[in-house]
Design a protein around this ligand. Structure first.
Ligand code: ADP
Ligand code: MG
Length: 917
């Protein structure tokens, strides 16, 4: 269909549509906003609108529209589905009207959100120096940058994704070199729910980016952050500049609320890779993630949902941020814990503070609304009411001896109280109950503006005249059924009942006849009517003008609103932590320097809420750096390990912890590989994912990290699995030296405790019969969505039993570990002795894996390894139980060439599980 004549409405639409790369265009046509053509059909489908036909020059075009005042919710609905929508407004001009695109609403620039969550837009730039990330939340004016530098490329990309996962952005702007990186973009699409938007490459150019960033935040901001923007290799500045220009070009108009450029460094924070954030179920549970490309799980049952008792949206956002960004810095952590402790000790005062906070509105969001010009009088009233809480809250804290001696007093004292009082006083100009519209007056109290007062006086005088007119006319004319009223068509009129129309004087002009009465006007009434209309219009205009001035004054104090908002949010978050600690008997953790983790009678913070929890201790450090955790299925191994990780994490957000006592040396990272996640929906096999995650841990963890490995190696054949687990254990113990908890069903690995200095065994003791299956922990594979590249690589060797090790290599597990796994595997197969690496000089012990008994035998313990009549390929028939035989039968019946590798893997896994039981 060729475009219609641009002089028609439809033609104008298509012409504007060509100007934008947004997914949809919506154009104002009088009292409606309309979509045309394909846009109309798609949008109508998405939003359940009615499609009609609009003719233009003989052709019919689909059209779907919404009334002007219904645009916002519809825009919001589209944008929340990930679309970008250009809005063309209609403006009156001297000769008719014109239409132009005034803004592009995108997921990251949507101001009309009703959600309490942060809404981050992120730009990712890349130079030779590494990645630069800039994050902005236009709804609150928060603006942060960070660099994810050097290291090898994969490693840096992993860290970029850890940040992206943490901020959970709704929209991503990849820089020029990032947008050509298919692997990166694929990962964005698979791992995040963000919309990818392509912003002009020039916006990322160092010169332009530096200029914009400097203009926005001032030259000192860049200097003080050590960001020399002029250099070509400052990717943070490139990202920041691109982000600023994007926000500006979408026409959101919130630039003035972005008052502060904050830079954060990875080294203040605890590394929490994306997998760990998910595994530990910090803000979403894993069970909620069912298929699709969504990474969203359910919120209920997450750590956040469990510990959140905040009473404000900003407090909620801040607590979630803390949880996703634990810290290492002891002084920050002590200050927060001091605050929590003070609130815990002063319950009554705390509840007073929380009650006041409950009346607070979201100042950060209101500042952005003021800056964008979308705040109405009720919004400004909310600013006033919230600012009024500053002294109330501060007094509540200062008047309690415990609270006033704590860091809480500093937080309450941080906002500029005088400035807050000044702004609040200015806002006293508003009436207490302003109307929803800001163009029709009625917003201001008397005494705010002389001209306005004068208008109001005159307005009231005329109103008074009109109010008393009926009485005067009755007196003068002697008519009893007479009233004065106003409507849209007739304006003001005098209405007289039919029985008395004879008494109407000459000066009455008849307007119209009704069934039982007649309507009249008079010259004097006409004159007053004109006057009152004039006054109303002038009053509306003047009040609107005054309101804009007031709104600008509020926008100009965005920094103040943000600092007050932030202080109130901190108090809310700390009070929330305190409430949870008190209700659940948590204790303040000691942040020690001993390099250890010592938890007495620890509990899992989420499980303890729903279960009669059996507390248990955890001691890691010194010669107990590596704990091999064994125990039957369902005995609580996974729960125990997560519990340790969560106790450490809680300590490192400044919270109390679920334990009788805890001493913790802060860690620099928490890494987990827990359970077998079903990530098939993301197109990767479970075992490949398991190995990639192991690889990430082996590369990233340090001596100061906490590593949790749950059943690593489980996704492959027994020998492979043991070999990989064995080699990984040696590597973590000898090279990485991280504090590690390793749960395994390979009982063989407990032998390592004898061999390696710092490896200890612990086991979960259970009473009674353990439940028979551990179905939850095993990923059930599904064919069809497998990683094709990876499968092709192994196609030629379905009989190669080192398949698992091969995958480990592909997944990037460090070479020494892969080689060592092969080595261990060969020895296991050949039933040769394996000498543990890193066992120290006195470790002359050797072990042999005995297939017959399924045990590793230590050579020097005098127990002759039984000569094995069985090999792993041909186990002796008479020692096999029924189940094993059934599995073997199925195995020999497999059509190797006719079965897909993924399906083969699934079957092997299923057999393995049956054999394990
Ligand atoms: P494993 O990893 O050993 O198979 P899980 O950690 O998955 O076992 O725990 C099995 C079940 O036992 C879970 O439902 C968990 O909630 C419960 N559980 C685990 N540890 C405890 C505990 N210390 N007290 C009470 N219930 C527990
Ligand atoms: Mg488990």
């Amino acid at each position: 269909m060729s475009d219609p004549d641009p002089d028609t409405i439809v033609g104008e639409f298509f012409a504007l549509k060509r100007e934008t790369d947004a997914d949809f265009l919506v154009m104002q046509v009088g009292d409606f906003y309309e979509f045309f053509g394909e846009d109309a059909e798609t949008v109508a489908d998405l939003l359940d609108l009615k499609v009609s036909q609009k003719s233009a020059h003989g052709s019919d075009y689909p059209m779907a529209g919404v009334p002007v005042d219904k645009l916002t919710p519809h825009l919001k609905a589209l944008v929340e589905r990930g679309y970008r929508v250009a809005v063309a407004d209609q403006r009156e001009t001297a000769d008719g009207h014109e239409r132009a695109i005034t803004r592009v609403v995108t997921p990251g620039t949507l101001l009309e959100t009703s959600d309490a969550d942060a809404q981050y837009l992120v730009a990712v730039a890349r130079t030779d120096a590494g990645y630069g990330l800039a994050f902005a939340d236009v709804t609150t004016g928060r603006f942060l940058v960070t660099a994810v530098g050097d290291g090898d490329a994969d490693d840096a990309a992993d860290r970029v994704f850890a940040e992206l996962y943490r901020f959970d952005p709704v929209e991503i702007l990849p820089g020029p070199s990032v947008r050509n990186d298919d692997a990166f973009l694929d990962r964005v699409r698979e791992r995040t729910d963000a919309t990818v938007s392509v912003h002009r490459a020039e916006a990322f150019a160092p010169g332009r980016a530096t200029h914009l960033t400097t203009e926005q935040f001032g030259p000192e901001a860049l200097d003080s952050l050590g960001l020399d923007g002029g250099r070509d290799d400052t990717p943070e500045v490139q990202a920041a500049g691109a982000l600023l220009s994007y926000v500006e070009e979408t026409g959101t108009g919130v630039a003035s609320s972005m008052t502060r450029l904050r830079r954060y460094r990875g080294d203040d924070h605890v590394e929490l890779d994306a997998t760990t954030q998910r595994n530990l179920e910090l803000t979403e549970t894993m069970s909620g993630s069912t298929g699709g490309t969504s990474t969203q799980g359910g919120r209920e049952g997450s750590l956040f949902a469990t510990i959140d008792h905040t009473v404000t949206s900003p407090g909620k956002r801040l607590l979630a941020e803390w949880l996703k960004r634990p810290r290492q810095d002891r002084s920050t952590l002590r200050t927060r814990a001091d605050g929590v402790a003070a609130f815990a000790d002063a319950a009554l005062a705390r509840e007073g503070v929380r009650e006041s906070l409950g009346d607070a509105y979201d100042l950060e969001r209101l500042a952005s609304k003021a800056a964008s010009g979308s705040a109405d009088a009720r919004d400004l009233l909310r600013v006033r009411e919230t600012l009024a809480l500053v002294p109330t809250v501060a007094d509540a804290i200062e008047s309690d001896p415990t609270l006033s001696a704590s860091p809480l007093a500093d937080i309450a004292a941080r906002p500029d109280r005088e400035a807050a009082a000044d702004l609040r006083e200015r806002l006293d100009a508003l009436v207490d109950d302003p109307p929803a519209t800001i163009t029709e007056g009625g917003l201001f109290r008397r005494g705010h503006d002389d001209d306005l007062d004068d208008l109001i006086d005159r307005h009231e005088a005329v109103e008074e005249w009109l109010d008393t007119l009926a009485d005067r006319e009755k007196r003068e004319t002697g008519i009893t059924h007479l009233r004065v009223d106003r409507n849209k068509t007739d304006g003001y009129y005098i209405q007289v009942g039919n029985s008395e129309t004879d008494a109407v004087p000459d000066r009455y002009d008849r307007l119209k006849s009704l069934k039982n009465s007649e309507r009249y006007t008079t010259d004097a009434l006409d004159e007053r009517e004109r006057e009152i209309l004039r006054l109303e219009e002038r009053r509306g205009d003047l009040e609107y003008e005054l309101f804009e001035t007031l709104r600008e004054a509020v926008a100009a104090r965005a920094d103040l609103l943000q600092s007050v908002g932030r202080a109130l949010a901190e108090l809310d978050a700390l009070a929330s932590l305190s409430v949870h600690a008190v209700e659940n008997d948590w204790v303040r953790p000691e942040l020690c320097e001993s390099g250890g983790i010592d938890v007495e009678a620890g509990r899992h913070p989420v499980v303890e809420r729903t279960t009669e929890f059996v507390p248990n201790d955890a001691h890691l450090g010194g010669d107990r750096r590596f704990l091999v955790v064994t125990g039957p299925n369902m005995s609580g191994k996974s729960t125990y390990m997560r519990q340790v990780a969560l106790v450490v994490l809680l300590a490192q957000i400044g919270s109390f912890v679920p334990a009788a006592a805890a001493e913790i040396e802060p860690v620099d990272g928490i890494y987990t590989r827990v359970g077998a996640l079903d990530e098939l929906a993301q197109g990767r096999s479970t075992f490949m994912v398991e190995m990639q995650e192991l690889s990430n841990i082996l590369h990233s963890a340090t001596e100061d990290s906490l590593v949790i490995l749950d059943e690593v190696g489980r996704g492959t054949a027994t020998y492979d699995g043991i070999s990989i687990a064995w080699a990984a254990t040696e590597y973590l113990h000898n090279e990485v030296r991280a504090k590690t908890l390793f749960a395994t069903h390979y009982h063989e690995l407990t032998t390592l405790a004898d061999q390696l200095d710092r490896v200890q065994n612990v086991h979960v003791a259970v009473d009674g019969e353990p439940p028979s299956s551990d179905g939850a922990a095993s990923g059930s594979a599904d064919e069809g969505d497998g990683d094709v590249t990876f499968l092709r690589t192994v196609e030629d060797g379905p009989t190669d039993r080192s398949y698992g090790i091969h995958v480990a290599g592909l997944a990037g597990v460090p070479d020494p570990v892969v080689e060592r796994s092969r080595d261990v595997l060969e020895k296991l197969r050949a039933e040769e002795a394996i000498e543990t690496k890193g066992g120290g000089a006195d470790a002359t012990k050797q072990v042999v894996f005995d297939v017959g008994s399924g045990q590793l035998q230590t050579r020097d313990d005098g127990d002759d390894a039984p000569a094995t009549e069985a090999s792993d390929e041909d186990p002796a028939g008479d020692r096999l139980d029924e189940e094993t035989r059934a599995v073997l039968d199925e195995l020999s019946g497999v059509d190797l060439t006719g079965t897909s590798p993924v399906e083969l893997m699934n079957r092997v896994q299923a057999w393995k599980e049956r054999l394990d039981e």
